[in-house]
Design a protein around this ligand. Structure first.
Ligand SMILES: NC(=O)c1ccc[n+]([C@@H]2O[C@H](COP(=O)([O-])OP(=O)(O)OC[C@H]3O[C@@H](n4cnc5c(N)ncnc54)[C@H](OP(=O)(O)O)[C@@H]3O)[C@@H](O)[C@H]2O)c1
Length: 266
């Protein structure tokens, strides 16, 4: 059964990694999908072609989520060509790592503007569109659903990545505050907090045997996460199966948050 049949989803940063897997899983579950990307036309077109093979509509749209002048027209296109929006997945994100004493203002601003301001801009446009189109009881019990891709680093401090951890901590309270503000209008807002997932953003943490084994010391479940692990969680959060869930951070992390340093008694 296609749980998202008849719904329209927008996934940011969907040409690679987690965003690609989320877009594919939403399409497989029956949603029409707008594949947002920033660079790499071919990769975005390939994702769209795979989504279309599930018998749903797929569009590609190039936009920088940190720029209001890019984001607003993207949602206008969503309304014009897909007829509206039911699901937003705020996935686009990046890292600009540095020791804190060497971190430039540009490294700080770049990460905050994509990871946090980008999620603000897209969430605001989605909420405006949900409210304009109203309830669609034939496809969902909720007026709209937003899934923010956060990180275990919304709660785990991360030396050498202060800008990234700050952006994800910001996503946590942004998500919960939006969820509180719009719950009575049947708009659900939640986060998925991935642990270590096999994508380009963190290739250095898993692409050699040595780095993989070091990573596993942080993962009680003793395997790296795959992008599909996040895609499946996103389908659940976007579907009526999670209709009573809002304002939640769902950790999909193989137990990374379980203080693995204590697994042998500390
Ligand atoms: N992989 C992990 O272990 C992990 C763990 C926790 C959280 N996350 C989060 O998961 C999300 C996806 O990351 P990923 O691991 O899949 O990394 P990824 O493969 O590098 O994907 C990130 C995507 O975001 C896009 N993007 C970056 N800046 C953008 C902008 N300004 N506007 C639109 N798109 C933009 C990138 O496009 P370009 O390539 O064109 O820049 C890329 O497609 C991020 O929010 C990340 O923080 C990942």
């Amino acid at each position: 059964m296609q749980k998202l049949k008849g719904q329209r989803a927008l996934v940011t940063g969907a040409s690679s990694g987690i965003g690609k897997a989320v877009a594919l899983e939403l399409g497989r579950a029956g949603a029409d999908v707008l594949v947002n990307y920033r660079s790499g036309d071919d990769m975005a077109n390939e994702v769209a072609a795979q989504i279309a093979s599930f018998g749903v509509r797929a569009l590609v749209h190039r936009a920088d989520v940190s720029k209001e002048a890019d984001v607003v027209p993207m949602f206008e296109r969503m309304a014009a060509e897909l007829g509206g929006i039911d699901i937003l997945v705020n996935n686009a994100g990046l890292q600009k790592d540095a020791d804190f004493h060497d971190m430039t203002l540009d490294q700080w601003n770049t990460v905050i503007s994509v990871n946090l301001t980008g999620q603000f801009l897209c969430s605001r446009e989605a909420i405006r569109l949900f409210r304009r189109q109203g309830m669609r009881p034939e496809v969902s019990k909720a007026m709209g659903k937003i899934v923010c891709i956060s990180s275990v680093h919304e709660v785990i401090p991360w030396a050498g990545h202060v800008n990234y951890a700050a952006s994800k901590g910001g996503v946590m309270l942004m998500m919960k505050s939006i969820a509180q503000e719009y719950a009575s209008q049947r708009i659900r807002v939640n986060s998925i907090c991935p642990g270590a997932i096999r994508t380009p953003i963190n290739a250095g943490a898993w692409d050699t045997e040595e780095s993989y084994n070091a990573l596993m010391r942080l993962v009680p479940y003793k395997r790296i996460g795959e992008p599909e692990d996040i895609g499946k969680a996103a389908v659940w959060l976007a579907s009526d199966d999670s209709d009573y869930v809002t304002g939640a951070s769902i950790f999909v992390d193989g137990g990374m948050l379980l203080y693995p340093g204590f697994e042998n008694g500390g």
